[in-house]
Design a binder for this molecule. Structure first.
Ligand SMILES: [Fe+2]
Length: 490
């Protein structure tokens, strides 16, 4: 059977390109002055087709970007993030790794954002993020000027009022502790709070409100035995292996030690899916006061599920409303397999209302179409939103959908507007970019990469968020493989 992650538009790009002649149909709004950037796993070396998947250690990060200015598309570029392994594979001299920034088992491949004048390629689980230049060249590991060690996260949330980044980071090995951090507008850590989260849940994303940070502690957990076996050397006597395994699971190592231990050379990289479904793990939402040092996490039980991505959250009448894409719990009792899980998990848009006084949570479905990559107007992050945006289609492995679509959910009218792409066109994540600081909520552009199966080429599609009609298409003489997350960096 062919490997899904190596076929069609999942297949990795094989080279880096710089293209400065791009044809555009429609009109690119003049106010767009910046880069649309998107990142994803893209192995630089050949991988084992029997086992490779998007979450394996071989998913080297590749970032794709389109520069827009004065109504024109100036360039398209794609670049691998230069970890030491990637640099070596490309025949370049690797820079000396900064182990304090995190381990180097994988390249940053999860999200790419702009903050404090920098472009950051990010990943979770204790792996080092990287800083990129204006033309997507790798500048070095990202440790926020040495103020944050041991890795960050793929999904920080920016408060639109303060401009600060809020995040929850966790590490795949070491103690069961997560860290809430706030990065100031100067790009340096302003504060951190550590809290206990037993069982190594995958804390992929968070939600932010004016006063709280929320996260889903649900039964998709890091497969610690598998991970430990990766970093324990084969040549060790069995008794020593057991002692080291036990220590690796329970103690926190200094970043410099963890970083050296968890490098790809050393672990003999595996393609296994590193997460597992642990039915004994609780499903609950953690609520932590923002900036609340020692205030502690309050936990609220919810129906078993998994949540990769939140759309938004806000406070209202003593409750917190949180919209997110919910995946069904996994029924299988065998080892969790990423392909089975994606086939059966049916990600749908869901709402949780957390009553802070009674401790009860009300749940309801918003839209039961298979969809992912939820987003909201960044000006309303943490505040009440009316509209939310998602992608429905091939990238979510939805076999029932004939045409990929971008969805706009109107939470007030309880109505979903669908922009169906032309047949054989496949979409990834779309990002909302407001027209102005004080414009209406849906006054803006939705943008994302679209792949045309008939030509084998991709384009950057711009939709008018108010009408959900096409605004402009930047045609690329290149294929942009499906990937994870993207953002407009102005
Ligand atoms: Fe994500």
């Amino acid at each position: 059977m062919s490997n899904l992650f190596l076929t069609g538009n999942f297949a990795p790009a094989t080279r880096e390109e710089t293209i400065t002649t791009l044809s555009v149909t429609g009109r690119i709004p003049d106010h767009l002055d910046g880069r649309y950037l998107r990142i994803g796993p893209n192995p630089v070396m050949e991988v084992d087709p029997d086992t490779y998947n998007w979450f394996s250690l071989y998913g080297d990060g590749m970032v794709h970007g389109v520069r827009l200015r004065d109504g024109k598309a100036e360039w398209y570029r794609n670049r691998w993030v230069r970890t030491p392994d990637v640099a070596r594979a490309l025949g370049e001299r690797p820079s000396r790794p900064n182990h304090r920034a995190g381990n180097h088992m994988i390249a940053a491949n999860t999200n790419v954002i702009g903050h404090a004048g920098r472009t950051l390629a990010l990943i979770e689980g204790g792996t080092a993020g990287y800083e990129l230049g204006e033309e997507l060249e790798t500048l070095g590991e990202c440790d926020f000027d040495g103020t944050l060690t041991g890795g960050y996260t793929g999904h920080p949330k920016r408060d639109p009022v303060t401009g600060e980044l809020h995040a929850v980071s966790y590490r795949n090995l070491g103690r069961d502790v997560a860290q809430y951090s706030v990065i100031g507008v100067d790009g340096r850590v302003r504060g951190t709070v550590d809290f206990d989260v037993p069982g190594k849940p995958v804390l992929h994303d968070i939600a932010l409100t004016e006063n709280y940070v929320l996260f889903f502690d649900v039964p998709l957990v890091f497969d610690r035995p598998a991970a430990v076996s990766m970093v324990v050397p084969d040549w060790m006597p069995r008794s020593a292996q057991l002692v080291l395994s036990s220590l690796l699971g329970k103690v926190s190592m200094p970043e410099s030690v963890a970083g050296r231990l968890m490098s790809r050379d050393r672990v003999g990289a595996t393609n296994d899916y590193p997460f597992t479904w642990d039915a004994s793990h609780p499903s609950r939402i953690g609520v932590l006061p923002r900036d609340g040092v020692d205030a502690g996490v309050r936990w609220f039980d919810i129906e078993p599920c998994y949540v990769f991505h939140t759309l938004n959250a806000y406070e209202e009448n003593g409750s917190i409303v949180c919209d997110a894409v919910r995946l069904q719990g996994y029924d299988g009792d065998a080892k969790y397999d990423i392909r089975d899980a994606f086939d059966s998990a049916s990600p749908t848009l869901h709402r949780w209302v957390v009553d802070l006084a009674s401790g009860k949570v009300r749940e309801s479905g918003i839209d039961d179409q298979v969809q992912e990559f939820p987003g909201v107007d960044p000006r309303l992050l943490g505040r009440r939103h009316r509209y939310g945006y998602t992608t429905a289609g091939t990238v979510n492995l939805d076999p029932t959908r004939e045409q990929d679509a971008i969805l706009r959910h109107d939470m007030e009218q309880n109505r979903t507007t669908t922009h169906s792409l032309p047949r054989h066109h496949r979409a990834g994540e779309f990002s909302f970019v407001p027209t102005s600081v004080d414009g209406a909520e849906n006054d803006g552009v939705l943008m994302g990469f679209v792949y045309d199966e008939t030509t084998g080429l991709s384009n950057l599609t711009l939709l008018d968020a108010a009408t959900m009609e096409p605004m402009a298409t930047v045609r690329l003489p290149a294929r942009v493989p499906f990937g994870f997350h993207g953002n407009w960096v102005s």
